[in-house]
Design a protein around this ligand. Structure first.
Ligand SMILES: [Zn+2]
Length: 167
């Protein structure tokens, strides 16, 4: 009986090695998944502690603040607008204009700002979502109805920005 099995499966030792390797590989993958889950959870908890409820909803859950309610739609001081989550400079007051839409609007991001533009099909519309590439915060959307020189309107939630007067 044993002889028969041995003849049928002469490579039983390498098979065991392969299965051990596979098991280790699966365990390593699960461990990495668990670690990244734990880290993202921790990060979300940090954001929740540091941000106001509207700031968290906008930047981490891609919500939109109600128009004419934010800090910056009717705010015209000279300075720089930073990402509320990671502090990266994203927009300059020189590029801000009154779009009449109730959200702070810019015709161009700050030079070299890490702005990511993603096609967004949510809410039955095709729009281009704008995110901070440094920390993946949702900022708002960009539309092609802005003024010269770009013709773009970066329609950004006040809740995703923190203004600094550059003093
Ligand atoms: Zn950021």
């Amino acid at each position: 009986m044993y002889g028969f099995i041995f003849k049928q499966y002469p490579l039983n030792i390498p098979l065991v090695e392969i299965s051990t390797y596979t098991k280790t590989n699966i365990m390593t993958k699960s461990f990495i998944n668990l670690m990244s889950f734990t880290m993202s959870k921790k990060l979300n908890e940090q954001y929740k502690a540091e941000l106001s409820p509207i700031e968290y909803a906008v930047t981490r859950e891609a919500a939109t603040e109600r128009p004419f309610t934010g800090k910056y739609w009717d705010f015209w001081s000279k300075g720089t607008y930073h990402c509320i989550c990671c502090g990266t400079p994203l927009f300059e007051s020189e590029a801000k204009f009154d779009a009449g839409c109730g959200w702070p609007s810019f015709f161009v991001p700050k030079e070299h700002a890490p702005i990511e533009e993603i096609r967004d099909n949510s809410h039955g519309m095709i729009r281009t979502e704008v995110r901070c590439k440094s920390c993946d915060a949702h900022l708002g959307h960009v539309f092609e109805d802005g003024p010269e020189p770009t013709g773009l309107r970066y329609c950004i939630n006040s809740a995703s920005l923190k203004f600094d007067s550059n003093d």
